[in-house]
Design a protein around this ligand. Structure first.
Ligand SMILES: C[S@@+](CC[C@H](N)C(=O)[O-])C[C@H]1O[C@@H](n2cnc3c(N)ncnc32)[C@H](O)[C@@H]1O
Length: 293
C-alpha cells in the first residue's frame, strides 16, 4: 500500500514540511539514537508505527535499525504525508509501508489490537489536546511484547530551551513564546501518562535537559508482577535490572552481560562492576535456587 486519497492535495504547511526535513538530522542526532538504543534493544520489530510521522524520515531509519517488515505513518497533515509517501517509496527496500491521514484528537487509531511491535511519536505529544486518550489507544494496538517510545521536548529548563532554539536561528522572543506549548509536559507527566494507560515498565532518558525519550512496555519484568516465564523472555528489555544487587558484595552497580551458556538457555547473565561477580537473575524460575558462578 502507498497512500490513501485522504492524504493528497493540500498545499498548506509546505514550509513546515521543509523545516521538519531540514532539522531532522539535528533533532534525531547521536544523543537521540544512543538514548533510544539504551532503552530499546535493537532486536527485530516487524511492525512499526509512527504517530505524527511528518515527512516519514524516522520510519526510514527505524525500518533499517529494527529490520521491520511493515511501517505505518499517521499524520493529520496531507502535506506531511505526501512527502512521507515520496521518501518511503524511494528509500525503503525490503519493508512495506502505509501512510494515512489521521487526526488522533478526533478519530480512533485504525489498527487492529495487538498488531504493533514498536510505536513511536516524535515531537508530537505536546501537540495533542487529549494525550491520555491517545496513549491508551496506543496501548491497545501494541503486541504483548510491544513498546511505545515517546520523544519530545520536556519542561523544566526554559533557559536551555531558549538557548538551543536561538542556536537554530530562532529569535529569543519566539523561543520564549513557544516554550509553554512546545515544552508542555515534564518527563514525569509523560511517565505518568504511560502508567495510567496500563504500561507496566516505564523507562526514560533525558537528553540535555530539554528533550526526553520515555518508553513504556506492556509486560512486567522482575520487580514488578509478572504473568509467566515465556512472556518474560519476550520482554523488550528482557529484564528490568534496576533493583538487582550483587549477591556477593550487594553493590547495585550491575551490568547485563552476554554469556554463551546463559544465552543458550534464555537466561540473563549479570556482572557486578564493583567486585566482578557474575550471576544469573535470581528470579529465573527454572534455575532456582539462584545459580551463582
Ligand atoms: C513537530 S512535527 C514532528 C514530525 C515528525 N515526528 C518529526 O519529528 O520529524 C509534529 C507532527 O504531528 C502532526 N500532528 C499534529 N497534531 C496531530 C494530530 N492531532 N493527529 C495527527 N497528527 C498530528 C503534524 O502534522 C506534524 O507532522
Amino acid at each position: 500500500m502507498r497512500m490513501t486519497d485522504r492524504t493528497r492535495g493540500d498545499s498548506e504547511g509546505s514550509d513546515r514540511v521543509k523545516r521538519m526535513i531540514e532539522t531532522y538530522a539535528a533533532r534525531y542526532d547521536d544523543p537521540f539514537w544512543n538514548a533510544l538504543t539504551e532503552l530499546i534493544e535493537t532486536t527485530p520489530r516487524n511492525r512499526i508505527v509512527d504517530f505524527g510521522c511528518g515527512p516519514g524520515l524516522f520510519l526510514i531509519d527505524a525500518a533499517w535499525k529494527y529490520r521491520a517488515k511493515w511501517v505505518y505513518g499517521f499524520d493529520s497533515s496531507p502535506e506531511m504525508l505526501g512527502r512521507a509517501n515520496e521518501f518511503l517509496s524511494e528509500r525503503l527496500k525490503d519493508c512495506k509501508y502505509e501512510v494515512e491521514g489521521l487526526d488522533v484528537n478526533v478519530a480512533p487509531i485504525p489498527l487492529p489490537d495487538k498488531s504493533i511491535d514498536l510505536a513511536f511519536s516524535g515531537f508530537f505529544l505536546h501537540e495533542l489536546s487529549n494525550p491520555r486518550d491517545h496513549v491508551s489507544q496506543v496501548y491497545k494496538v501494541l503486541s504483548d511484547a510491544g513498546v511505545y517510545a515517546i520523544y519530545d521536548f520536556i519542561s523544566g529548563n526554559e533557559e536551555s530551551f531558549v538557548e538551543r532554539m536561538i542556536a537554530t536561528g530562532w529569535s529569543e522572543e519566539r523561543a520564549r513564546d513557544r516554550y509553554p506549548s512546545m515544552c508542555k509536559h515534564s518527563l514525569e507527566d509523560i511517565e505518568s501518562l504511560l502508567k495510567s494507560s496500563g504500561f507496566q515498565i516505564i523507562k526514560s532518558n533525558r537528553i540535555e535537559d530539554i528533550r526526553a525519550i520515555v518508553v513504556g512496555a506492556k509486560q512486567a519484568g522482575p520487580g514488578t508482577e509478572r504473568s509467566n516465564t515465556s512472556m518474560r523472555h519476550r520482554s523488550p528489555w528482557a529484564y528490568d535490572d534496576s533493583d538487582i544487587r550483587c549477591p556477593r558484595c550487594t553493590s547495585h552497580k550491575i551490568i547485563r552481560c552476554h554469556d554463551r551458556w546463559a544465552t543458550s538457555r534464555g537466561v540473563q547473565m549479570f556482572e557486578c562492576t564493583t567486585c566482578g561477580k557474575r550471576f544469573v537473575d535470581r528470579g529465573y524460575d527454572d534455575y532456582l535456587p539462584t545459580f551463582i558462578r
